[in-house]
Design a protein around this ligand. Structure first.
Ligand code: GLN
Length: 243
């Protein structure tokens, strides 16, 4: 078994340890003897994204997002839409999450056009939403917490095609108002959680790996790993944030 992971725009979108998400995906696959090849995909590179088994796009500054929005529109947009259509699992964090939506309206009023892959839209707010965050999600079928760190000015509002990733127990989430965080649409997860998300939340990592393996090889049962260390670190953050 073998997975090909594509890391989109690592030079421009990589805040607060976002790269750790790709490392977590690769490690948790390798620990189960699943071979992994990670490839960086930069600006202006025209590639067939549907040939990948898993894709990741991280967060970035507004300036970088404007650059990436152009690249998505002119170079990679159709390829990314095809990949998503074909069910390639995709994790998008913060700036990358916003760019998968319909638009991101900056504080200057300028509108950065998004890919329109996710039924969401985002507007910059006056105050940044910063800090540790805890959610409750049912992504994997059972209720569990998700921990991480958020830092964004964008307020994201969800349309009817997407479901939130979870309910905010502590922190701000999509917009600081409706109590929800992130979006899930098919095999795509969009989220504001940095920190990095996947090393701190191995069940989400395994959900993505399972989606990727099922798409490629049919039904799979991921081998259990000893997650005592990850689980303890996770619980420390839950307690600290909720007490
Ligand atoms: N520039 C975006 C915002 O502030 C995204 C920031 C990020 O990726 N952390 O909303």
């Amino acid at each position: 078994m073998h997975l090909r992971i594509g890391h989109l725009y690592p030079e421009h979108l990589n805040l607060y340890g976002d790269r750790g998400n790709v490392i977590a995906l690769a490690k948790r696959a390798e620990w189960r003897s699943i071979g992994v090849m990670v490839e960086s995909i930069g600006l202006n590179e025209e590639v067939d994204l549907s040939q990948y088994d898993l894709l990741f796009i991280g967060g970035g500054q507004d300036r970088d997002q404007t650059l990436i929005a152009k690249d998505l529109k002119l170079v990679k947009g159709n390829s990314l839409l095809d990949a998503a259509d074909g069910g390639v699992p995709l994790l998008a964090v913060c700036g990358g999450y916003q760019l998968l939506g319909k638009y991101y309206r900056l504080s200057t009023g300028e509108e950065v056009e998004g890919l329109g892959l996710l039924d969401i839209s985002t507007e910059a707010g006056a105050k940044r939403l910063i800090g540790n965050i805890v959610l409750e999600t049912e992504l994997t079928g059972e209720k569990q917490t998700v921990v991480g760190f958020e830092n964004h000015s964008g307020r994201t509002f969800l349309g009817s095609e997407v479901k939130p990733l979870g309910k905010v127990l502590s922190g701000s989430g999509n917009n600081g108002e409706d109590g929800f965080e992130g979006s899930v649409q098919g095999n795509i997860i969009g989220t504001y959680i940095h920190g990095s998300l996947l090393p701190k939340n191995p069940k989400i990592t395994d959900w993505l790996l399972t989606r990727a393996l099922e798409r490629k090889f049919g039904q799979v049962q991921l081998q259990e790993l000893n997650d005592n260390l990850e689980e303890s670190a996770h619980q420390v953050m839950v307690k600290r944030s909720l007490s």
